[in-house]
Design a protein around this ligand. Structure first.
Ligand SMILES: Cc1cc2nc3c(=O)[nH]c(=O)nc-3n(C[C@H](O)[C@H](O)[C@H](O)COP(=O)(O)O)c2cc1C
Length: 362
C-alpha cells in the first residue's frame, strides 16, 4: 500500500500547478475560492489523489461524506467512516452505503481518465468495505466525466418544463447497474400521489425531535461555518438565505415548521418534470451500493444534459412508510425502493464543499 504522504505529494503537485496557472478573481469570497479549487478539472498528469478528490464530489446523505480511502497500487478500498453515521434518518446505514457507491462511481470515472479501469465489489468476508480492483487500459473520458465537478442536488423550485423522452432514456441507460432499475413517475396523478408519500414522510420526520436535532447538527448557516468543516448542508446550496449562527439558532425553530416544509416540497415536486425511483432487486449492502452507483451515473448524465435533480427520499427513509410506498409502486417481493429523485429544469445553486483529500485518505 502506498503511504498517504507519497500519494498526496504525487497528486497534490498537479493541483498546485493548475491553480498557479489559473489565477483567482480577487472579488471572489473565500467560499467561492474554495469551491473553485475543489472542483478544478483533473490535471493532465493526475494521480490517485486527484481521483479521490473527484470521488469526494459525489453525493452523500446530509453531505456527511462518510468515506475513507485506502490507496494501494492496484486496489483502492473505500471504507465507511462510522463517526459520520446519521443513525436517526438512516438507522440501517442504507444511505451511508449508497453514498459510498456514489463515491466509488465517481472514482472509477476519474480513474478511467488516467488509464485505470476497474469495478466495485463489496467485501464479502466482512462486508465492511468496497474494493475497487484497477487495471491499466486506454484512457477514456465522456460526458459523465466532464459533469463530475458540476453535478449538484438542486434544491429549488424548477420551471415546470418537461424533460424530453430521449433524455429520460439516456439518463436511464447511463444509470444501468445490474440489480437496480428505475421506476419513472411522469404523469400528474402519479406525481401527486408520490407527493402525498413525501408529505407523509416529511411530517413524520419533522415531528421527531431526534430527526430535527440530527439534521440541525449537519446544517451550515453561513460561509464561515461551511468553510470550517467543509461538510454538511450549507444554506445557500439549499436555496436558503445565509445567517450568522446566533441569529440562525434563534430563527430555526420559528421558521423550520412542518407546514412550511411540506408546502416547500409540494412546490418543488409540482414544478418538477418527474420523479425517478431507484429500486434494487435485494435489500442488502451490496444492492444499496449499487443503488448509489446508479444514482450517481443518472445525476451525472442529467447534469451533462442540463437537467437539474434533487432527492425527495422521505418515503424510503421512514421505515414504517417504505413498504406502503413499495406496494403503491407495484414492486416485486424482495425489491427495495432505495432513492427518490425529482428532476426538471432550474439554474444551479451555489455548489457545496468537501473535506480535503488528506482528511479522507488513510
Ligand atoms: C443516499 C443519499 C440520500 C440523500 N437524501 C437526501 C434527501 O432526502 N434530501 C435531500 O435534499 N438531499 C439528499 N441527499 C443529497 C445530499 O444532501 C447531497 O448530496 C449533499 O448535500 C452534497 O450536495 P451535492 O450533492 O449538491 O454536492 C442524499 C444523498 C445521498 C447520497
Amino acid at each position: 500500500m502506498l503511504t498517504r504522504r507519497a500519494v498526496l505529494c504525487a497528486g497534490g503537485a498537479g493541483i498546485v500547478t493548475s491553480l498557479a496557472g489559473c489565477g483567482e478573481a480577487t472579488d471572489m469570497t473565500s467560499y467561492e475560492k474554495a469551491v473553485r479549487r475543489l472542483r478544478e478539472p483533473l490535471p493532465g498528469h493526475a494521480g490517485l489523489a486527484d481521483c479521490v478528490r473527484y470521488a469526494t464530489l459525489a453525493a452523500s446523505g446530509h453531505n456527511t461524506q462518510p468515506w475513507r480511502f485506502a490507496l494501494g497500487v492496484r486496489t483502492v478500498e473505500i471504507l465507511p467512516d462510522v463517526a459520520r453515521r446519521t443513525p436517526v434518518v438512516d438507522p440501517d446505514d442504507h444511505h451511508l452505503w449508497a453514498s459510498l457507491g456514489c463515491a466509488a462511481e465517481n472514482f472509477l470515472i476519474a480513474a478511467r481518465a488516467v488509464s485505470l479501469h476497474g469495478d466495485v465489489r463489496v467485501d464479502t468476508e466482512d462486508e465492511r468495505r468496497l474494493i475497487l480492483a484497477l487495471e491499466r487500459g486506454p484512457a477514456g473520458t465522456d460526458d459523465l466525466f466532464e459533469a463530475v465537478p458540476r453535478r449538484q442536488c438542486t434544491r429549488s423550485d424548477y420551471d415546470g418544463r418537461p424533460v424530453a423522452a430521449a433524455d429520460l432514456k439516456s439518463m436511464e441507460e447511463a444509470a444501468r447497474v445490474d440489480g437496480v432499475r428505475i421506476v419513472y413517475l411522469l404523469d400528474k396523478p402519479r406525481i401527486a400521489t408520490a407527493l402525498d408519500h413525501v408529505v407523509a414522510g416529511n411530517t413524520a420526520q419533522m415531528e421527531d425531535p431526534a430527526f430535527v436535532e440530527e439534521l440541525k447538527h449537519w446544517l451550515r448557516f453561513n460561509e464561515g461555518s461551511a468553510l470550517e468543516t467543509r461538510d454538511g448542508l450549507y444554506s445557500a446550496s439549499s436555496g436558503n438565505p445565509t445567517l450568522p449562527d446566533w441569529l440562525a439558532s434563534m430563527l430555526f425553530p420559528l421558521v423550520f415548521r412542518t407546514s412550511s416544509e411540506n408546502d416547500k416540497y409540494a412546490r418543488q415536486i409540482r414544478s418538477s418534470s418527474g420523479i425517478a425511483v431507484f429500486v434494487s432487486a435485494k435489500d442488502d449492502r451490496e444492492h444499496w451500493v449499487k443503488a448509489g452507483r446508479a444514482y450517481q451515473r443518472f445525476a451525472l448524465k442529467a447534469t451533462a444534459l442540463g437537467i437539474a435533480q434533487a432527492f425527495v427520499n422521505q418515503p424510503v427513509e421512514v421505515a414504517a412508510l417504505r413498504s406502503g410506498f413499495a406496494q403503491w409502486l407495484g414492486l416485486e417481493a424482495g425489491e427495495r425502493p432505495d432513492l427518490v429523485v425529482r428532476f426538471g429544469h432550474a439554474p444551479p445553486l451555489p455548489m457545496s464543499l468537501r473535506r480535503p483529500v488528506d482528511a479522507v485518505v488513510i
